[in-house]
Every structure is written in C-alpha cells, then in structure tokens.
Write a protein that binds this ligand. Sequence first.
Ligand code: PRP
Ligand code: HPA
Ligand code: MG
Length: 183
Amino acid sequence: MDSNDVSGDLAHVLYTKEQIQDKINELAARIDADYEGRDILVVGVLKGAVMVMADLVRALHSHVSMDWMAVSSYGSGTQSSGVVRILKDLDTDLLGKHVLIVEDIIDSGLTLSWLKANLMSRGPASVEICTLLRKPAAAKVEIDVKYVGMEIPSEFVVGYGLDFDEKYRNLDFIGTLAPHVYA
Ligand SMILES: O=P(O)(O)OC[C@H]1O[C@H](OP(=O)(O)OP(=O)(O)O)[C@H](O)[C@@H]1O
Ligand code: HPA
Ligand SMILES: [Mg+2]
C-alpha cells in the first residue's frame, strides 16, 4: 500500500494530480501577465497552502519572494470556528509591496476576509488573493478574490494540503471524505 492509498476513507476523487497541475499553470500564467515587471511577495497560509504554494511559485516567471503566515480557524473539526488566531506572523515588512496571498481553499471566507484586512493595514502597494478551491455556497462573508482555481460544492474535501484532523494533506489529488470518517 503506498502513502496515497486511503481509498477506504474517501467518497470520490474530485480532481486528479494532472487536473490540479493544469489549473495551477493556468493561474500562474494569469498572475505573470497581471504583474508584468513587478516583484511579488507571495504569502502562503500554513499549513493547507503548502502544496499550492510550492507548485504555483515554480510555475511563475515573475520575480517572487516567499513568506508564510500560520492562522487557524478550524481546529480538528469540519466547521470553521470563526475565530482566527495568528500562530506565526510574517517575517517581511509589507510597506510598498505587491502581496499575493495563496490559499488552498476558501470555505466560509472568514479566514481570508480577516487576513486580507490584517495585511492591508500594514501599508502594502496591493493585496490580492489566489486560491485553488472555493466553495461559493458556503460563503459567510464577501471577499474579492482575483484568482480562483476551481469552484466546488459545499462538501468537506481533503488532499493536496487539505486535511481532516491533520491527515490526508499528502495526497496528490483532491477528494471528498466518506462520512464514516468524521461521523
Ligand atoms: O474560508 P474558511 O472557512 O475560513 O476556511 C478556509 C481556511 O481553513 C483551512 O485552514 P485551517 O484553519 O484548517 O488550517 P490549516 O491550513 O493548517 O489546515 C484552509 O486552509 C483555509 O485557510
Ligand atoms: O473542505 C475543507 N477541507 C479541509 N479543510 C478545510 N478548511 C475549510 N474547508 C475545508
Ligand atoms: Mg485545515
């Protein structure tokens, strides 16, 4: 059994490794075109965005610096608590920088709406958001998101950085979790 064989825990595969890579290449091409000639400070939101971040920055041709922030609003459940905590702040001063926040998923939107406002208050030249997945029907707040990979239904998904109780982040595909796993 290889490390990606957790088929008994999954209901179905939403996006394969190849579909994810195609989408990331598309997002990178749009970002390169939009930021032509400008340096980008790419901010990955730990831990979920690690895979998107690693693949996205390698697909970009723009000059990038990378920094990381860790925030948490989920704990070990499948519902956002709505309370965002900073677990690790940025090392970089944002003054005058073009900041691109990279996320794996926007679900209720509570994490990103809080994070965008927080980073905007630090004097950057611009703040945009790139997320691989978004659940439009789950939104509890409006956020302006410039780069969205795929819109998905309001089901709990895992893989490619996304966890349930810290598991399944290492899957190279994205799938839905079988209800028996979290019931
Ligand atoms: O739109 P929302 O409802 O706020 O949910 C999205 C956020 O929740 C997840 O992170 P989590 O807080 O679980 O931490 P993790 O990235 O370490 O898994 C995900 O990576 C996003 O950051
Ligand atoms: O569907 C999800 N899966 C994993 N983590 C999440 N964080 C918000 N939504 C999700
Ligand atoms: Mg999580």
